[in-house]
Design a protein around this ligand. Structure first.
Ligand code: EPZ
Length: 429
């Protein structure tokens, strides 16, 4: 396995560029499957999850080609040669987000077979809302032996009411409705910026979607989509928030270019409450950390609430702040696991149900292990602020969502390096 070695205590200073959003790119790659054509995504981050999704598309018969446009990495997807509609279990296991392919495969091929995506460290991750949305549009679904088999001679528009604003289920409903016959009204939709990005991608290809970013999305089915298109991916608000926190907790000054303050309002509000100075500018957002961080009280929630994907990271600020913090996770069942590792660094916390009651203080370097993507990012942040050296095992989790982490942090003055052990060297060939 590979690990990160972090030497703490150095204030970070400088600028980094936010990459394209992982949680926009993954549904966009799935969405391209819906129509036969050539689609170019601009600003695609080099992430493990994106590479796995690209491999799944290749096995479905899609040609995937990488190009450069200046500093930006582009993926060209030629979906005209698609022939397969089954995604084999070992591919599904590799990437939970492959459930996003169910709707487009059904819309394109009239049939789709996927295995139930595995749960993960933060919770069981059910897909009942995805299946409910597809049934409401006329799909016939059988679930057996851990697989979902979907059939629909032709999807027909209808009303979908989500009991919870699930991001993925909202995206599945949109992707199934774009070519369905007639009108679809999606109520209780998630409002994340990545859903607005998906709407913009599809509308650029001739789809008729309105309302993304609100709780009611209306889709008028169209006969077909354009066979060529290009789309610039929005910047990654979670990556941006992670680097802004790195500047804040290290007592430095960091500018994240490409960060959109309008996508981070709830998060930035909590940073200001913690005593961090925030400056929005044309290029992005600058934070000025302070040695005297104040504790925060927050509850995560669906967008525009405080993002669950930044909850582990802001927990580190709480562990360092003066005074008490109260952090409640309402989106996922089991997303406080990073505290077990933060305690090894000296964090003082009482966990009660889904709430962490934190007494801030000092952190000291230790050996810790990442168990999921954002929890791993939190451990890196903690290492930046802890006295001495912190070893973060399980870099593979972190590589799923952060492009060139050590390069970007290193350019800000962080003392961080990646170490691959003998097993890791053998595995990487
Ligand atoms: C997306 O996951 C993101 N992933 C997650 O980011 C993010 O944490 C999450 O949205 C919430 O914002 C991608 O976009 C690839 P949900 P998704 O469906 O769509 C329950 C990261 O770190 N639920 O909004 O899977 C579910 O169990 C990842 O980048 C159902 O009950 O999230 C959870 O408790 C982690 N039934 C809640 O809804 C369903 O059918 C939110 O899930 C679907 C979800």
């Amino acid at each position: 396995m590979a690990r990160f070695m972090v030497e703490g205590g150095f204030p970070l200073r400088g600028r980094v560029m936010a990459s394209g959003a992982k949680n926009a790119v993954l549904p966009l790659m799935a969405a391209a499957v819906l129509a036969a054509g050539e689609y170019r995504l601009v600003g695609v981050p080099r992430l493990a999850d994106v590479e796995v999704m690209a491999e799944i598309l290749r096995r479905l018969g899609v040609k995937v080609r990488e190009e450069r446009e200046g500093d930006l990495r582009c993926l060209c997807l030629d979906t005209r040669t698609m022939r397969e509609w089954r995604i084999h279990e070992f591919l599904m296991r590799g990437l939970r987000s492959s459930i996003f392919l169910l709707g487009p495969l059904l819309g394109r091929m009239g049939e789709a077979t996927v295995s139930f995506p595995g749960g993960c460290a933060i919770g069981p991750r059910p897909v009942d809302l995805h299946l409910q949305a597809l049934r409401a549009l006329g799909a016939k679904l059988d679930e057996s032996h851990g697989c979902i088999h979907a059939q629909a001679a032709a999807l027909t528009g209808g009303e979908v009411v989500l009991s919870y604003p699930s991001v993925g289920a909202t995206e599945t409903a949109i992707m199934a409705a774009v070519l369905a016959r007639g009108e679809t009204v999606l109520r209780g939709a998630a409002r994340e910026p990545e859903i607005v990005d998906l709407q913009n991608f599809f509308n650029g290809l001739g789809a008729r979607i309105r309302g993304a970013g609100t709780t009611v999305i209306r889709i008028t089915g169209v006969e077909r989509l354009h066979s060529m298109g290009q789309h610039c991916v929005i910047s990654d608000r979670i990556e941006a928030g992670t680097y802004l926190l790195a500047g804040a907790i290290s007592g430095g000054e960091v500018q994240v270019d490409g960060a959109r303050a309008d996508h981070l309002r709830a998060f930035l509000h909590k940073l200001v409450r913690a005593g961090v100075v925030i400056r929005e500018n044309e290029a992005g957002i600058t934070v000025e950390g302070t040695r005297r961080l104040q504790g925060v009280t927050l509850k995560t929630g669906p967008y525009p609430g405080f993002p669950t994907d930044l909850q582990p990271q802001i927990s580190v600020l709480a562990a360092l702040a003066e005074g008490e913090s109260r952090i409640t996770e309402t989106v996922f069942e089991n997303r406080l696991g990073h505290w077990n590792e933060l305690r090894k660094l000296g964090a003082r916390v009482l966990l009660k149900d889904r709430t962490a009651l934190v007494a801030g203080g000092q952190l000291r370097g230790a050996k810790v292990a990442a168990d999921d993507l954002r929890g791993g990012a939190a451990l890196i942040l903690a290492g930046l602020a802890a006295a001495g050296e912190t070893v973060v095992e399980g870099s593979g989790h972190i590589d799923r969502g952060y492009e060139n982490l050590e390069g970007k942090l290193g350019s800000l003055g962080a003392r961080i390096r990646r170490e691959v052990d003998e097993v890791g060297k053998l595995a990487s060939g």
